[in-house]
Design a protein around this ligand. Structure first.
Ligand code: ADP
Ligand code: MG
Length: 247
């Protein structure tokens, strides 16, 4: 197979005596959605933190397109192409949807988020932002403040913001959380298209969505990956059924 876009090698992180992630290795290839599932406390969020750079591992490496990014800051990893989404904190609540995306585009051009140029009069930036909003289906909501958008609309805006940084891959931590059936269905359709642009590492509790979307699934239990395979393989795996699906 081709080289992985994201390659996690033996990542370990302990909190005191607790091994939250224990020698976790996982690959994400071009064009795929790789879902990470596991019961509460399995270490999923800890692993996301190790990948995004929020948390430093005790051992192991995070490789992005062959480059070791293990010691880079969160901001430098983002610039290196690690796209995260569904973090409401990445939006500026009293700015319009359009302005939030314009800021992200500006950040991609190397400007700090904290020292903004007066972006409203920059036509190419505005056109680029409008195109991204159209892609996620938010064109009609361009002038609405982020805080006034619905939960599902904010999720889509976060994707537009992440897309503005032209990521090499996406990390999504429970994107379906709090979405109704219709919002989830919309997001499933959108993520299927999105994976062609950049592969997605997806942590998700909604098993229906995972089994619909994932090309491969890894199962994390007590900090260790106990199985990786297709949806059919994971469904049929007796160990997975016993420890995770409660059989
Ligand atoms: P998941 O996201 O799969 O529910 P987490 O990664 O949040 O699991 O947590 C894995 C384990 O590590 C849990 O037992 C949790 O209590 C513990 N843990 C997570 N973060 C910390 C922390 N900052 N300090 C101490 N223990 C933590
Ligand atoms: Mg979690």
């Amino acid at each position: 197979m081709a080289d992985p876009v994201l390659d996690l090698r033996g990542l370990s992180k302990s909190f005191g005596a607790l091994k939250a992630t224990d020698d976790v290795s996982l690959t994400l290839y071009k064009g795929e959605i790789h879902a990470l599932i596991g019961p509460n406390g399995a270490g999923k969020s800890t692993l996301m933190g190790l990948i995004s750079g929020k948390t430093a591992p005790d051992a192991g490496q995070v490789m992005l397109n062959g480059a070791d990014i293990t010691t880079l800051s969160v901001a430098r990893r983002a610039r290196a192409g690690l796209g995260r989404s569904f973090q409401v904190s990445s939006l500026i609540p009293d700015y319009s949807a359009l302005r939030n995306v314009m800021l992200a585009l500006q950040a991609r051009q190397g400007h700090s988020y904290r020292f903004l140029r007066p972006v409203n009069h920059d036509a190419p930036l505005r056109d680029g932002a409008r195109a991204l909003l159209a892609r996620v289906g938010l064109a009609p909501r361009a002038s609405v403040e982020a805080a006034m958008l619905s939960h599902g609309e904010r999720r889509l805006l976060e994707i537009a913001v992440a897309l503005a940084l032209a990521p090499k891959c996406f990390l999504l931590d429970e994107p379906m959380a709090g979405l109704g059936a219709e919002g989830t269905a919309r997001l499933v359709t959108f993520l299927r298209a999105l994976k062609q642009e950049a592969p997605i590492l997806l942590i998700e509790h909604d098993m229906d969505a995972v089994f619909q979307l994932a090309d491969r699934i890894s199962v994390l239990v007590y900090g260790r990956i106990i199985a990786t395979g297709s949806a059919a393989e994971i469904r049929a795996n007796p160990q997975v059924r016993a420890v995770y699906l409660g059989e």
